[in-house]
Design a protein. Structure first.
Length: 262
């Protein structure tokens, strides 16, 4: 296990426990620059492993029930699929970034993939500080020629700085966009774009997205010899929704059988 702390200086290194190493890393591009430091530190040893697990401190922020679904069977299935495993999120409509239409992505807080796929990406920072995106004006933070669709610009603005009055959700740490908060807005926006672009680059390399819940269902249903084809992300999410409905129905049946109400 390699713990990468991007509040510590690059070059820092120590052992936390047997087989657990701590290093410092760059926070210029949040987890993506930190992971770059970790990959460079690991070097050729990266390919000694069957799977590489990328995780951030937010891996359980939205509930960790999916962790219970990961077992030896699902990991063996993942090895055969040659995909990237995580929790798939999606927008209601497709957005455009750098001319690429995107609608779904893997949360960067928790991703498993094989070393070959990871190393084929090179740097995990896809959108650096020099990307022609921001205007420097908090009233209109995106450049007129920014390679991001207008719809996505508005979505990002609302997610980070919206008042939560509408139907669309806002970030748990939303803030007002001012000259003082503009640098943070740009930094956080680039982190979101890097998360989406990580998925886009994996797909471009022929690496399919594999949702944790979908894989657990398929791995348990299929025999060890059966091949599992990875369907479109929409099919995987719909299977996840069906699983939730089934659990809710089971709970309701149990309550009606064992509980009395006044």
């Amino acid at each position: 296990m390699l713990v990468i702390d991007n509040s510590l200086p690059v070059g820092h290194g120590s052992d936390l426990d047997h087989g657990v190493e701590l290093i410092g890393a760059s926070n210029e591009d949040w987890e993506f620059s930190a992971w770059d430091c970790g990959i460079n530190h690991t070097g050729a040893k990266l390919h000694h492993y069957d799977l590489i697990h990328l995780a951030t401190s937010a891996f359980a922020a939205s509930g960790s029930d999916y962790l219970k679904l990961i077992d030896a069977g699902s990991l063996r299935s993942l090895l055969g699929l040659q995909g990237a495993l995580g929790c798939i999120d999606s927008h209601r409509e497709a957005v455009s970034i750098f001319g690429i239409r995107s609608q779904a992505w893997l949360r960067s807080s928790f991703i498993l993939m094989n070393p070959r796929q990871l190393s084929s990406l090179g740097s995990l920072v896809s959108v650096g500080r020099d990307a022609p995106i921001f205007s420097g004006n908090p009233r209109q933070p995106f450049r007129d020629d920014a390679p991001i669709s207008q719809a996505y610009q508005q979505l990002l603005l609302h997610w980070l700085t919206g008042d939560g009055a509408g139907k669309e959700a806002v970030w748990h740490s939303r803030f007002d966009l001012t000259p003082e908060t503009l640098p943070f807005f740009e930094s956080k926006t680039r982190a979101i774009l890097n998360e989406l672009m990580l998925t886009n680059r994996l797909l471009a390399n022929g690496c399919p997205l594999v949702d944790v819940t979908w894989l657990a269902q398929r791995a348990r249903a299929a025999s060890t010899e059966a091949e599992i084809d990875v369907p479109d992300w929409r099919v995987q999410i719909s299977a996840r929704a069906r699983s939730r409905r089934t659990l809710t129905q089971k709970l309701r049946r149990w309550l009606s059988k064992h509980m009395s109400w006044q």
